[in-house]
Design a binder for this molecule. Structure first.
Ligand code: NAP
Length: 319
């Protein structure tokens, strides 16, 4: 489709290629919606960056996150899903079919129905040293970057399941893992807490927040942390690498104010049905509570079924 308005109109476009988007694609493809998946900034989503997923039903011994995503992707492809490696920068909801603008491309895509499964991205802190060292000793992906820290000291920031999972994973490589958490109780599930607490390589620094990523000559050499109880001083934790595991922010910038959001910026919907005709919402972009692979998959499935019903009711889908 060119910007002047000629070309194909899609029946169903899925924004996002994580667990929600790909599951939506499986169902949409089997429903003969011929979905086009725009893969987005992080193809495969958060799950493809996860080491072992132990709680996805059907895998008693766990499954590698990347493999799980790759399997769903191939499953959707088998039924006719098409993929496009691009990023949606703006969606124009003022006319139907809706118009999607893509990064670095003159082309636009028009679609009758849209499944938004844009997911969420890792949160950062905006600390001094963060910009300079991002990707050079500072990361939000232990699975991607952990192996660079063999026999070195690393810091993990956060107290949730991701932080515990990252800390445990990093003990495979690092000599010491230091968890910095802003409270004295963990948010993580009991099983993850127990595993982390019983790991002799992991040390907890309670009631602390990082205030600066310390670096010299292109290398991280520590994190400056401060107490959360109003203490005036700060202390340095020496380390070679830092991993943020402090949650996520939903990817909603491309929608402007067209879709309602909750107080934390996540999209809101009635189940998976948005306030706009033919627009459905699935996965973490609308979920700050469960954020599980299986719930994302579930809403992806529901969104595709709703899209199929809607297209049928609009007379856009041949019986
Ligand atoms: P999360 O549960 O939201 O935890 C984020 C952690 O970062 C919290 O401990 C929070 O502290 C801390 N934090 C947030 N903002 C901070 C800031 N500005 N400064 C310092 N610390 C900050 O996020 P998550 O761990 O990524 O997990 C997200 C969801 O995925 C959860 O539902 C989780 O169960 C799920 N998950 C599951 C698994 C698994 O089952 N194996 C693995 C990974 C994720 P507070 O605790 O003080 O708020």
């Amino acid at each position: 489709m060119t910007a002047d308005g000629h070309g194909r109109v899609e029946l169903c476009v899925v924004i996002g290629s994580g667990c929600a988007g790909l599951t939506a694609a499986v169902y949409a493809a089997r429903g003969r919606l011929q979905p086009l998946v725009i893969e987005g900034m992080e193809p495969g989503g958060q799950l493809s960056l996860t080491s072992v997923v132990e709680n996805f039903p059907g895998f008693p011994d766990g499954v590698n996150g990347f493999d799980l995503i790759d399997n769903i992707k191939r499953q959707a492809e088998r039924f006719g899903t098409r993929y496009r490696q691009s990023v949606v920068t703006r969606v124009d909801f003022s006319e139907r079919p809706y118009v999607l603008h893509l990064q670095d491309e003159d082309e636009v895509i028009r679609t009758q129905s849209l499944i938004i499964a844009a997911g969420a991205r890792a949160r950062t802190l905006g600390l001094p040293g963060e910009k300079e060292m991002w990707g050079h000793g500072l990361s939000s992906c232990a699975t991607c970057d952990g192996a660079f820290f063999r026999d070195q000291r690393v810091v993990v920031v956060g107290g949730g399941d991701s932080a515990m999972e990252d800390a445990i994973y990093l003990t495979k490589f690092a000599s010491e893992v230091h968890v910095v958490h802003r409270r004295d109780t963990l948010r993580a599930s009991k099983i993850m807490q127990e595993r982390a607490r019983s790991n002799p390589k992991i040390t907890f620094h309670w009631n602390r927040v990082p205030v600066e990523i310390l670096h010299q000559a292109g290398r991280v050499h520590g994190v400056r942390v401060k107490g959360t109880g109003g203490e005036t001083g700060s202390e340095k934790i020496s380390c070679d690498g830092v991993f943020y595991a402090i949650g996520h922010e939903p990817n909603t910038g491309m929608f402007g104010d067209a879709l309602p959001k909750d107080a934390q910026g996540y999209l809101t919907a009635h189940g998976v049905v948005s306030n706009l005709p033919g627009v459905f919402i699935a996965g973490d972009v609308a979920d700050h509570h469960y954020q599980q692979a299986i719930t994302a998959a579930g809403t992806g499935c529901a969104a595709a079924m709703e899209a199929e019903d809607w297209l049928q009711a609009e007379g856009l889908l041949q019986a």
